[in-house]
Structure formats: structure tokens, C-alpha cells
Design a protein around this ligand. Structure first.
Ligand SMILES: [Mg+2]
Length: 240
């Protein structure tokens, strides 16, 4: 089984929302907040292949957007304040989502589990350490992009057959869709915040897939795994 980290095991996007509010306030004298939001998401999209995902990429894209929108009116103090927002994001303590520890312990007792996450290597490693759950995982895989090819490579490293693999995560685009495509199973655990760049092109098709499941949070994960039926990869015994 694979678990996503950000917004599946611990809060992440919420921190970016707070950070973006702070950025709007810092740049309030220079640009309209709506214009800022719209331009920032475009800059982030353009920079994904350069910077990848995470707080450092976000910070660089904010600075680029700010220089573009404010021009020479942007001050060193503004840039310093933006950098401070980015540093606070990186330093924010890990806050686990409901039911995470119990779900991870229950599944780890029955299946090898791997954390598969994308983003900045250094920050992701510190979040795994901060979660206190690192030892329960057979491995931690920090990838640059979560597409079928990356999942195929990760599974090959563990000698795992994709058809017996279950991925649990909050993103249909990154956690569920690519694994269904490979012949595996996907459990969607939605989070209240969704990043615009994580939208899936065809969410209805993913949700209608026979190997798609969802649960409101990880407190119900074990019960959901039980619904996989006879085709499921070792459904946990003794579930209600
Ligand atoms: Mg996630």
C-alpha cells in the first residue's frame, strides 16, 4: 500500500492559504489581490518543471509574480517579508489529520506500506520525521512528479505488482488516477483545501472506476479496504 503525505497524513495546503493571505497583505499597496492570485497560479504552473513542488517553489514564484506586478516599486523590505512567509511555511510543525496514526498502525500491521510524496526533498524528509510515523513505513519515496511512470518505477523497486497495489491520497490527479491507470486501486481521502494545479481533467471517470474508493478521512480507511472484496489485495481480516 502507498500513502500520500501532504493533506492525506498531515495538513499542508492550509498553510499555503495562510501564506497567500500574508502575501496579499504584503503586496496590498502594489497590486489588487485578485490580480495577484490569478497571476501567481499562472507563474507557479509555468515554473513547475523548473522548481517542482513545495514551499521553496512557492516562494520563488511569489517573488517573480511580485516583481512582475509591482515592478520597481517592490522594496527590499517587501522581498524580505515574502522570504519570511516562505520560511514560516517550511518551519511549520507537522499537524496530523484525524485518524492518521491509528490507520497507519492498522495497515502497517497487515501490509508493507510506503509513503509516496512529491515536493521538496529536504522539507518532505523533515515532515516525515516530524510526523513520528516514519518507522512504520517500509520506505519513503519522494518523487518529482506522481505519474504512472513514477509509480511504476517505485513499485518495481519494491518488487510489487501494480494490480495488488493500493494508493491512498487526497489528490485524484496525483494519487488515484495514475494508480488506476496502472491496474492498481485508489482510495481518495478528500481534504477541505484543494490546490488549483491538482485538479484532474476527468474527475467523473476516476470516481466511476471499479477500483476507485473514497473515505471522508482515515478513521474509516480499514473499513473501506474491506469493501475491495475478493479481488482486493489481502483485505484486512476481522473488519466490521
Ligand atoms: Mg497530497
Amino acid at each position: 500500500m502507498g500513502f500520500d503525505g501532504d493533506d492525506t497524513l498531515w495538513h499542508s495546503e492550509r498553510g499555503f492559504h495562510v501564506a497567500q493571505d500574508e502575501i496579499r497583505a504584503i503586496l496590498a499597496d502594489h497590486c489588487d489581490p485578485t490580480v495577484l492570485d490569478r497571476r501567481l497560479i499562472e507563474v507557479e504552473r509555468t515554473n513547475l518543471h523548473r522548481y517542482g513542488y513545495g514551499a521553496k517553489a512557492f516562494t520563488l514564484s511569489v517573488i517573480e509574480t511580485a516583481t512582475e506586478l509591482a515592478g520597481d516599486r517592490l522594496t527590499v523590505d517587501d522581498v524580505r517579508a515574502i522570504l519570511d512567509v516562505g520560511k514560516r511555511l517550511l518551519a511549520h510543525p507537522v499537524e496530523l489529520l484525524p485518524g492518521v496514526e491509528q490507520a497507519i498502525r492498522a495497515t502497517a500491521a497487515r501490509h508493507p506500506i510506503v509513503l509516496i510524496t512529491k515536493g521538496d526533498l529536504f522539507h518532505q524528509e523533515s515532515k516525515v520525521a516530524g510526523s513520528g510515523l516514519g518507522d512504520l513505513f517500509s520506505g519513503v519515496e519522494i518523487v518529482s512528479e506522481k505519474d504512472p511512470e513514477q509509480y511504476r518505477r517505485v513499485l518495481a523497486r519494491y518488487g510489487a505488482d501494480p494490480t495488488g497495489f493500493v494508493m491512498v491520497g487526497n489528490s485524484l490527479r496525483s494519487d488515484v488516477g495514475p494508480v488506476l491507470e496502472l491496474g492498481g486501486w485508489g482510495v481518495h481521502v478528500p481534504h477541505e483545501y484543494a490546490w488549483e494545479l491538482e485538479a484532474h481533467d476527468d474527475e467523473d471517470a476516476v470516481r466511476a472506476h471499479p477500483r476507485f474508493r473514497s473515505c471522508p478521512d482515515l478513521t474509516t480507511l480499514v473499513r473501506v479496504l474491506d469493501t475491495f472484496g475478493a479481488d482486493a489485495p489481502d483485505p484486512p481480516p476481522g473488519c466490521p
